[in-house]
Each structure stands twice: as C-alpha cells, then as structure tokens.
Design a protein around this ligand. Structure first.
Ligand code: DC
Length: 253
C-alpha cells in the first residue's frame, strides 16, 4: 500500500501523486537504491529534455536520471493517460470540459499501462495536449515533481520553455524523421504490434506538425537549449553526448 494523504494542490493534483508515481520513478532508475548509491552525487539540478516524437528523449531522460541519481518524469505519459481515459469512456478528444476534468483526476498508478505506449494513444495525446486548459491543469504537478529533491529530469515538449524555464540544463533532442520512424517501427514490432514504417513516418510528420504549430506551449527549443542531434548516434553515444552537455554546463558555473 502506498502512503496516501489526498492533499489538494493547485491545478487539481493531489499530493499523493508524488508517492503514487514512485513505481514509474523506480523503473526509470532501472535498479533502485543500489543505483542511487553508485550514482554520481551532486547538487540538486533540474534537467529539461524536449524534442519531437521518437527522438529518443525518453531513453535519454531515464539514463540521465540514473546517472545523476535523480527522479525522472516522462511527461508525454500524462497526456497519453488523459487521451486514453477519454477514449475508454467514448468521449471526443476535443471535449474540453471532460478532458480537463480527467486531467484533474488522473491516477498516476495507471501511468504504467502498456496501451499508453501505442501509436493510437500517442496520436490521441497529441490532439488532447493542444487544449490549453488541459495543459494548465497539469502544470503544477510537473513543476512540483521538478522541484522535489534530490533533482529531476523531465522530458516532453515544453519543459524548457514553459514548465521549467529556469531549468539548470536544457537539451533539445532532434533526429531525422526517417531515423525516428525506423526506431518507432522497431519498438512497435518488439511490443508485438503491427507497424508499417511508411505509415509510422507519415504519422510522425503529422504529429510534428501538430505539436509545433499549436498555440499552447508548442514544441520548440528554448533559446538557451543545447541541441543534440542523435540521427547518427546509438543510445550509448547519445547518452554520452547528453552527459557531456550537462557536465559542460556545470563546469561553466
Ligand atoms: O512524448 P510522447 O510521444 O509520449 O507525447 C505524446 C503527445 O503528448 C505528444 O504528441 C504531444 C504531447 N505532449 C505535450 O504536448 N507536452 C509534453 N510535455 C509531452 C507530451
């Protein structure tokens, strides 16, 4: 049983969410306390990672959190959870009142649901996340997550621009759409889903357009973000490049 206190925080999220999210966080560390002890000890930092769909920001977020002994939040999963709840109840994805109500009552215990990773829910999340009031309902939870010790890595679309404009390090991850489509296809196949690479590419391009061109918190690099193009990097090289960015920022302080 997880601790539960049910204190309301502005934006509708209960304080319990920070406890309830712990399995996700533990998963992000990929190994619990031993990893904590082995991890690099350093002052609290907030690391913001943004980028388009399938750019590898989630993997980078997890790995950076593990490296520094920080907590990790994949913010895309929050929008995916809102979208899934709407679809499950047969509501329209553009039904603002219902989407906001769901966003205020989200249960982070459901953030690990395997269906959240599907292409269908990702597309739906892209639609729901364009509703400004849905985004507003989720801001405080994300900021509180970022502020809590020992430090945090958040990945998403607007972390460096809106959620944590004062983040210590901002990384904007990019990769060629074809490379991203190839990665997404392999991931879907590995989950046992059918995936056609050309269709995945078309979907990624459509999602990029929607995420970049929406009025509320569009996908864009913060002015002080470090651009990391991982089109030609494997995971390890990409993680090393991200750590090098963080270390360069720390050294320059
Ligand atoms: O990162 P992802 O593919 O899980 O995100 C799914 C959708 O959620 C994405 O298309 C846009 C939206 N999203 C957002 O608007 N802001 C975030 N911080 C994270 C995700």
């Amino acid at each position: 049983m997880r601790p539960s206190c049910g204190i309301l925080v502005p934006g509708g999220w209960r304080a319990t969410v920070l406890w309830a999210i712990s399995p996700v966080v533990a998963q992000s560390f990929g190994g619990g306390l031993d990893h904590h002890r082995r991890s690099v000890h350093m002052a609290r930092m907030i690391i913001a990672i943004d980028g388009p769909a399938a750019s590898g920001k989630g993997t980078l977020g997890k790995r950076l959190a593990h490296h520094y002994g920080y907590r990790h939040l994949d913010t895309g999963v929050i929008y995916r959870a809102v979208a899934k709840a709407l679809l499950d109840r047969g509501f329209d994805l553009t039904d603002e009142a219902r989407a906001v109500a769901i966003a205020m009552e989200l249960d982070p215990e459901n953030f690990g649901h395997p269906e959240l990773k599907s292409q269908r829910i990702g597309d739906a999340a892209s639609v729901v996340s364009a509703i400004p009031r849905v985004r507003e309902a989720l801001v405080n939870f994300q900021r509180q997550f970022a502020a809590d010790p020992p430090g945090a890595v958040l990945d998403g679309r607007d972390i460096g621009t809106v959620i944590c404009p004062n983040a210590d390090v901002k990384i904007f991850v990019v990769a060629d759409p074809q490379v991203r489509a190839h990665r997404r296809t392999l991931e879907a196949l590995a989950r046992g889903e059918a995936a056609d690479e050309a269709m995945v590419l078309a979907d990624i391009l459509k999602r990029d357009e929607r995420d970049k061109n929406r009025a509320a918190a569009p996908l864009k690099a913060a002015e002080d973000a470090h651009i990391l193009d991982n089109s030609n990097l494997d995971v390890e090289a990409s993680v090393s490049a991200a750590i090098a960015i963080v270390e360069a920022v720390r050294a320059a302080r």
